[in-house]
Design a protein around this ligand. Structure first.
Ligand code: SF4
Length: 104
């Protein structure tokens, strides 16, 4: 194992994210000052809003690295939407697909 692997693993820990977040003004962390439910919202519009809010977050890259490492099961982390441990481009609205949607 190399030092860089160790560094990445350490950087990805949730504890390190919390430590880093403690060093910055809480007002700069969108998920601490806005409604935290936005980051786990059902509505695709709310999810996109949370992703946009993350873009200005000072710990965004650390947050994203950690979420990737932990394979977060769901929610917005580091400006990306996770589902079952993977980043997905957008949340699909609930319900059945339209009849006129063509299969790929
Ligand atoms: S990047 Fe992470 S810590 Fe920052 S607002 Fe988004 S979810 Fe919260």
């Amino acid at each position: 194992m190399t030092i860089s692997v160790l560094d990445r693993t350490e950087a990805a820990s949730l504890g390190q994210l919390h430590d880093e977040a403690e060093r910055v003004d809480e007002e700069l962390l969108p998920c601490r000052v806005k409604n935290p439910e936005l980051w786990f919202a059902e509505s695709p519009a709310d999810v996109e809003f949370a992703k946009a809010l993350c873009q200005e977050c000072p710990v965004r890259s650390l947050c994203l690295d950690g979420a990737l490492e932990r394979r977060e099961p769901w929610g917005v982390w580091g400006g990306q939407l996770f589902l079952q441990g993977a980043v997905i481009p957008r949340k699909r609205p609930r319900g059945r697909p339209r009849k006129n949607e063509t299969a790929a």
